[in-house]
Each structure stands twice: as C-alpha cells, then as structure tokens.
Write a protein that binds this ligand. Structure first.
Ligand SMILES: Cc1cc2nc3c(=O)[nH]c(=O)nc-3n(C[C@H](O)[C@H](O)[C@H](O)COP(=O)(O)OP(=O)(O)OC[C@H]3O[C@@H](n4cnc5c(N)ncnc54)[C@H](O)[C@@H]3O)c2cc1C
Length: 334
C-alpha cells in the first residue's frame, strides 16, 4: 500500500476511555498504531496543522505550523474540541458555511456514590434532561462516573473540569456534569468565545477550577478550606480552589443548575444536599457546525470534517463512526 501521511496529531489521552484500565488503553493504542504502520501509514505527532491548502475549490493538502507543506488528495479535518476554534478560523478563511451550535456551560457535580447508586446500578450512566422553569433552558446530565474522580482539563490554556472512572481504582464518590445549553441568535455568532469567557472567570478567581458546596452556594457565601473540611463529601479533585461560583456564572445558568439539582433530588434523594460539591466551570465547545454532505464532505471537494471539532459529534463512539464514514467515501473515490 502506498505510504500516506496521517494529518493529525495523535494525542489520545488514555483516561478518556472509561471502564478500561490505563494499561489496557495503552496496549490497545499501541496495537492500533502498529497495525496502521504495518499497512503503510505514516503517523506524525507534535505536528500541528496550520492551514488547509485549497485550489480550484478542491483540497490539496495542508501546511504545518513549521511552514512545511504536505500535499494530499484528500484531507480530513478532525481536530476535536481542542481544535474547534482553529477549525472555525480555517472554515472562515476558506469560505465554508456553518450554522451556530449551542454552547453547554455548567458544573461537575460530586456526591457520595450511594446517592446515585439506585440509578447507576441500572443505567451506569443516566442521561437526564430538564427544562428550567425560569428560562425554559435545556439542562442535561452528561458523563456520569460511578465511583469515579473529578479531573482537570486543559483547553488550550483554559483550565476546566471533567470526570472519569477507573476500572479498578474506585472512589467513594460519583460525579457527573450538569450542563445548560444556550443557542445564540443574531448578531452573536461565537458561542466558543462566550464559553471560554465564562470559564476564564473561574480561572481568574481561583487560578483554575473552583469548588463550592451546594450549601455554601445557597447560603450566599463562598466555600473555604475550613468550610469544606466540614463537608461530608470529600472532594476527589484536590487542585480545585474553594470559592464562589455565583461570581462566575450568569444568573440564568446558575438558576438552571440549581433547578436541575432540585429536580434530580426527586429521583435520587440526596442530590440537593448542602454537602453536594459543585466544580466549575465545565464547558462543552461544539462550535459552529459545518455544512457537510452525508459522507461528511465539506463544500470544498475532497475536504472532509469529522468528530467533535466539526460540531457533528459529542462522544467517542460517534466521533469514531464519523471517521469511518469519511474514510469509506475516500476509499470509494481512490
Ligand atoms: C476527560 C474526558 C472524558 C471524556 N469521557 C468521555 C466518555 O466517557 N464517553 C464519551 O463518549 N466521550 C467522552 N469524552 C469525549 C471524547 O473524548 C470525544 O468526544 C472524542 O475524543 C472526540 O473525538 P475527535 O476525534 O473528534 O477529537 P479528539 O479525540 O479530541 O482528537 C483530536 C486531535 O486533534 C488534535 N488537533 C487539534 N488541532 C490540531 C491541529 N491544528 N493540527 C493537528 N492536530 C490537531 C488534538 O490535539 C487531538 O489530539 C471525554 C473527553 C474528555 C476530555
């Protein structure tokens, strides 16, 4: 098989694959890597793509940030959430149309695993949706981690919060995200900038992620190290700074989160407890959604877009399927 460049930086983080030990993840990644290399694929890491090369409305390759050009008959843009801003800029530069996606902003909730156990025992991960009374915003749970831990995420220098579970190292807590979706209307077209701005407030106030107990939030005062020491839920993320999330979130987001926790308390009593911990900010950048064909080709010939960065997927399975879809179309044309 002809050698082809894989125009993506492979920076898969093993912890993203939940229910699987880190060792097993590394082993799987190594096997995938060996398989690809044995089939003539060249994998380039730490090779950031700068620009997409286009001529006569057809993809011609990419340039790397070091200025080197890589010619290609087909290009798949799949930079993930981390590269969504880059993709947005490139789309604008090469004239691709897009529609505006919502931005999901919220908190990572952490509480004793026993509280969620009636749900997690049956579903493992319960996907719950609530429409807030005050603003009629769509609020959802996301990425539930029974007996898991809360972790930091670095989005291009912006520190946000996330969570995962290990197969064997269990904690006493369960965590999940509560996210408020907001779609902007004309003239605002930059939901990513909005999400980054909110998250950056937590970084400014706490040097990273803030943590506050629901009791402190409802009583109108910040959490402190001393107050959290008396909290029944022990935080699994030690790097979070005790603080005040009401100084970070807009009123409508904060109201939505509190209303959602109250509603959740009906199906999992104990969620709306003063000992429930809230970490902020968790934000999901779905950016603009490119206009794509059914095989994920953009309006530029032989230029495909896949995964979270293109605003078309929101998880591992969907992102993987998107890659397969684009690849099948490319194989057909080759
Ligand atoms: C902590 C965490 C936990 C998660 N847990 C789950 C879960 O439990 N279940 C689930 O379904 N999903 C989960 N997700 C989401 C899941 O990881 C993503 O949906 C999925 O990885 C998206 O795949 P992707 O290929 O679109 O992007 P990614 O996997 O993000 O890959 C994109 C790659 O492109 C690189 N890149 C960006 N810009 C450029 C550029 N200009 N040039 C070259 N390379 C570039 C990035 O560095 C990255 O390596 C989690 C995510 C995180 C961060």
């Amino acid at each position: 098989m002809k050698r082809r460049a894989v125009l993506a930086e492979l920076k898969l983080v093993p912890v993203r694959i939940r229910h699987m030990g880190t060792g097993r993840c590394k082993e799987l990644l190594q096997r995938m890597y060996e398989y690809l290399v044995s089939r003539g694929v060249e994998v380039r890491t730490s090779c950031q793509v700068g620009e997409i090369l286009v001529k006569d409305n057809t993809a011609r390759g990419v340039t790397c940030q070091d200025g080197k050009a890589l010619e290609a008959r087909f290009v798949v843009m799949a930079p993930g959430r981390e590269g969504a801003r880059w993709l947005g800029r490139e789309a604008l530069r090469i004239g691709l149309e897009n529609s505006i996606n919502p931005v999901d902003i919220g908190v990572r909730v952490e509480l004793p695993a026993a509280v969620m156990e009636p749900l997690t025992r049956i579903f493992y991960e319960a996907k719950l949706i609530y429409y807030s009374r005050t603003f009629n915003d769509r609020i959802r749970t996301f990425c539930m981690n029974p007996n898991g831990e809360v972790v930091l995420e670095n989005n291009d220098g912006l520190v946000t919060v996330n969570g995962h579970s290990h197969a064997f190292n269990k904690t006493e807590n369960t965590n999940f995200a509560v996210l408020v979706s907001k779609t902007f209307t004309e003239p605002f077209k930059d939901p990513i900038a909005y999400g980054r701005y909110i998250a950056s407030l937590a970084n400014v106030l706490g040097g990273g992620v803030l943590v506050q107990s629901l009791g402190d939030l409802l009583s109108g005062h910040r959490s402190t190290v001393e107050r959290l020491a008396k909290c029944m839920t022990l935080p699994t993320l030690n790097e979070a700074t005790p603080g005040d999330l009401s100084l970070v979130f807009p009123y409508r987001h904060l109201m939505g989160i509190v209303e959602m926790l109250k509603a959740l308390n009906k199906i999992a009593p104990g969620v709306y407890s003063r000992y429930t911990l809230l970490y902020g900010v968790e934000v999901k950048f779905y950016s603009s959604r490119l206009v794509l064909s059914n095989s994920l080709e953009t309006q530029i010939k032989n230029l495909f877009a896949a995964g979270d960065g293109a605003g078309i997927t929101r998880g591992l399975a969907q992102a993987s399927v998107a890659g397969v879809l684009a690849a099948r179309e490319i194989i057909n044309r080759v």
